[in-house]
Design a protein. Structure first.
Length: 252
């Protein structure tokens, strides 16, 4: 049975989508069946894989019960990687899901039939702790938390960990943190080194060894509609994501 990973942090701009797209691509590159689910109404993961954000059916149609997740999957240019797209209509789900009791389990129920023939399912969460993120955390087995090595990084972690505790208590007792991955890291700056030290001191068992560097190839790859490991397989960003994918697999 495949493992479901939620890539989550309520802060925006910390590398969630980049991490989701590239870890999914690395797993697929290893020859394992992989699914990426874009749970963010901005649809950046969808566009980042070269798929139009107007593609339908989308995750919105799945959440409102119009189609099954299997029928909404689309292939990508990466062999072994399928995508469940986001659509701008998904923004309405934040309101609709909040109104309906028990809606927190819709994504979990929708993805359950896909787990038997899939090695990994990655959920790219929106930058909030609203109904869509709660659905993703309820569906997930593990959470990967991207942490930008800048000033406000540690402040955001406290709120996220509180939310994870509530989800574990009330909705998903089996949820565990796979790890914190430091992103957009510029080792030349004292601030980045200080944040890395703080994260490793406070969460010694959870911080991944791999650090994702600031890298121009990572930044430009979405404009080409492909992950950085296909845009420039030998750049520092690609090498870091390959190493991160190995760590994720090793932690289970």
């Amino acid at each position: 049975m495949g493992t479901i990973y939620a890539i989550a942090n309520q802060k925006g701009g910390v590398g969630k989508t980049t991490t989701a797209v590239n870890v999914a691509a690395c797993i697929a590159e290893a020859g394992l069946a992989t699914i990426l689910v874009d749970v963010d109404p901005q649809a950046n993961a969808t566009v980042g894989l070269g798929v139009p954000k107007t593609t339908e059916p989308s995750i919105y149609d799945v959440l409102v019960g119009r189609v099954s997740a299997a029928d909404a999957l689309v292939p990508t240019s990466i062999p072994g990687l399928r995508l469940l797209t986001a659509h701008p209509d998904l923004a309405a789900a934040n309101i609709e899901l909040a109104r309906e009791p028990g809606s927190e389990t819709r994504l979990r129920d929708a993805l359950a039939p896909l787990r038997d023939d899939t090695a990994a399912i990655l959920l790219d969460c929106p930058p909030s702790l609203g109904p869509l993120t709660i659905n993703a955390l309820t569906a997930a087995d593990r959470v990967i938390v991207p942490v930008q090595t800048e000033y406000f990084a540690l402040e955001g972690l406290a709120g996220l960990l509180d939310t994870l505790s509530l989800v574990q208590r009330d909705l998903n007792p089996g949820l565990a943190v796979a790890g914190f991955v430091l992103t957009m890291h510029d080792g030349r700056t004292r601030l980045a080194r200080d944040v890395e030290r703080e994260v490793r001191e406070h969460f010694p068992q959870l911080a991944f060894d791999t650090v994702i560097p600031r890298n121009i190839r990572i930044g430009e790859s979405p404009s080409y509609g492909r992950p950085v490991i296909h845009h420039d397989p030998h750049c520092a960003g690609s090498e870091a994501y390959f190493e991160l994918a190995k760590e994720v697999a090793a932690r289970g």
